[in-house]
Design a protein around this ligand. Sequence first.
Ligand SMILES: [Zn+2]
Length: 296
Amino acid sequence: MSVTIELNCRETHGRILYLPLERSSLEEVKMTNYKTNVGNVEIISLTDGQGSGSPTSIFPESNLQEWREYPNLMDGDGNIHPRYGSVAVSSRNHLIIVDTGIGAPDGTLLAEMIRKGVDRDLVDLVVTTHMHPDHIGWNLTDGRPTFPNARYLIPRLDWEYWTSPSILDQSPHVRDQALPLESLDVLDLIDNEYAITDELTTISTPGHTPGHISIVIVSGRDRGFILGDVAHSPTQAHFTDWSPSFDVDPDIARQTRHKILDRLEHDGDLVSSGHFPNPGFGRFVRTGGRRIWQAI
Ligand SMILES: [Zn+2]
């Protein structure tokens, strides 16, 4: 069973775009393979629901012929369902949530945390990759921090963009789920290459939003990468030029996507991707001359 709602998904260049969203019932959430490790860093995949839309409207540069190569990503009506994924990361005695999903009333993040043994009272850091509504939705509950013992880390450049008067005017989600963090005194604005722990460092990956960040994981000899919205679909492993309609600056986003996916393919890093199918763990690998997403 699923519920479809409508949400103001983003504003850009004065246009408001609406993306119909769909919430999975908890019964559909797989309880396998949701946990992985990069060295001593443990990552738990969490899902807050999923969106729904026509692939060619989400990716205007794509066509249906190309999508037919990916039947597993489409439902019977030809729609795709980007997941709203977060991760809980344990590193050096910190419990960190990266992104907080679409939020109430339909988001499943808090129930997922209970099912997967992640105690929200133990979360001491919440890291935001960027301030779109599907990434900050559970920052606050009834005006109070959903994670009562956490500092909230937000990239300074994204904060400056989303709180500028003309953008803020059209972004109620920022007013509701981000601005109060400042007066509640739980907000830390972070600059590029910020060391969350000595195993986790942010990296600037702009374009999708101006201050978008990803997270590099290095633990011992192992490497991982929390992608954020550098890519939204496994199809972009091959069709890397496709920019979704949500990119604030599609050209910069495209350059970033090429650079990061090339690097991840070359280095073979384990990748966590919030919008890819559950649980969103895998690698970008080349096979038969074509780069693909190899889920684990
Ligand atoms: Zn997103």
